[in-house]
Design a protein around this ligand. Structure first.
Ligand SMILES: Cc1cc2nc3c(=O)[nH]c(=O)nc-3n(C[C@H](O)[C@H](O)[C@H](O)COP(=O)(O)OP(=O)(O)OC[C@H]3O[C@@H](n4cnc5c(N)ncnc54)[C@H](O)[C@@H]3O)c2cc1C
Length: 370
């Protein structure tokens, strides 16, 4: 009997579980280790914050998927990997032996300022963010709120800022707080083309969202944000949505990493230091042709990961993960309207939001429908 351990209930592992459900192998014992029974689909998170979706609509039941894949579900965090003994050590004391280990644990927030853990609502882990957002919303409704700051001018931060501005206007009308975005890069949405940036700036004006590019945040305090240049802004609530940092588990376990600490993998999604270990999604970086940290690449890698885990268990040949760097991005702008981007192209409209809505619902339904 071979043992396959799936560490992390991320997007690529959804495809692995689906593959295992469709092609069960009685010679393989599968375990999934992940801290929460549900995966919140981040593509729909801004829609949840804006009030367009319930949390259930954006969630995928990992326990149910694991059951269909005949995998045991171990609800805890993996804290260390012993690659010599081929074991995963978990936060609850469980030790799982593996023949093949697959890792899809995402990233952790990249925090580069003082006071963030104490005074800011951090976007990850998502479950903690969702609880914090519900408290923030209740507080704003009960006691009012002067302003909200979002730190992070990438797609996630900008979409969340739009969603918050929309929701608070809907809930509080004229008493809605001012929303602003701080970004340390010279422009917001640095990963997109200029046309898309201009569309975002135009849409931000509709909600009077302040966009502060080139404004690195040095400190988040109780009720304020201080920039690198010592300028201080009053901030009733601050959200930290800046960047993706590497999970500590790789360096602590002695696995090869890139210079930022993400697991170093090759074209076959295999660890460059330990061939029995595979990984996909934000937690890993391909040594050659690294990809941006975006869910779309975890999703694209999923079927290849599933095939390679099967091959590694059976001793068969591995498949290269080949993918385009370009991807379709649809950024929601608060109300049911979105900006689209693909390479040098850009567009926007309510129809673009409907398109995004259809894509996102279809993705969640794929792993939710019986
Ligand atoms: C607001 C927002 C909107 C976004 N929108 C988009 C979008 O439209 N398109 C896009 O491509 N990207 C988007 N992204 C980026 C996207 O969320 C990530 O790139 C994506 O979630 C990465 O997927 P993953 O499978 O690598 O990890 P994750 O989705 O983060 O999943 C990791 C899983 O591992 C679990 N886990 C974590 N640590 C451990 C551990 N130590 N042991 C066991 N389990 C662990 C977690 O609980 C989770 O279940 C968005 C991000 C944000 C914040």
């Amino acid at each position: 009997m071979k043992r396959l351990v799936l560490l992390g209930g991320g997007h690529a592992h959804l495809f692995v579980l689906e593959d295992l459900a469709h092609h069960p192998d009685e010679n393989v014992e599968v375990s999934m280790v992940t801290p929460l029974p549900m995966l919140t689909y981040t593509g729909m998170l801004p829609g949840y914050v804006a009030g367009h979706y319930s949390l259930e609509r954006c969630s995928i039941d990992l326990v149910r998927l694991a059951g269909k894949a005949h995998a045991s579900f171990v609800q805890t965090l993996g804290v260390l990997i012993n690659p010599d003994a081929k074991e995963v050590i978990c936060a609850d004391g469980t030790v799982l032996a593996y023949d093949v280990l697959s890792i899809d644990i995402g990233s952790r927030p990249a925090i580069a300022a003082k006071g963030v853990e104490r005074n800011a609502l951090v976007l990850r882990p998502l479950a903690k963010f969702v609880n914090g957002w519900m408290r923030l919303l209740a507080h704003a409704k009960d006691q009012g709120l002067g302003s909200v700051s979002v730190v992070g001018g990438g797609a996630g931060g900008v979409e969340i800022a739009f969603a918050i501005a929309h929701r608070l206007r809907r809930e509080l009308d004229n008493h809605a707080p001012h929303v602003r975005v701080f970004s340390d890069s010279p422009q917001i949405l640095p990963e997109f083309n200029e046309g898309v940036r201009q569309r975002a700036i135009h849409n931000a004006a509709r909600y009077e969202i302040g966009l502060h590019a080139g404004s690195g945040v040095a400190e988040v305090g109780a009720g304020y944000v201080r920039l690198d240049n010592h300028l201080e802004f009053e901030s009733g609530a601050t959200l930290w949505a800046a960047g993706a940092g590497a999970p500590e588990i790789f360096a602590e376990s002695g696995l090869a990493t890139d210079e930022k600490g993400f697991l170093a993998i090759d074209e076959n999604l295999q660890s460059t230091s330990h061939p029995g270990i595979f990984a996909a999604g934000d937690c890993a970086s391909r040594v050659r042709n690294p990809l941006p940290k975006a869910g779309v690449f975890a999703v694209r890698a999923g079927p290849v990961l599933a095939a390679n885990l099967r091959a590694a268990l059976a001793g068969g040949p591995l498949t290269e993960f080949r993918t385009r760097r370009n991807y379709l991005a649809l950024l929601s702008t608060g109300h049911k309207h979105a900006i689209g981007a693909y390479g040098p192209l850009g567009w926007e409209g309510n129809w673009a939001w409907n398109w995004k809505d259809r894509i996102d619902r279809r993705f969640v339904d794929r792993f939710t429908a019986t």
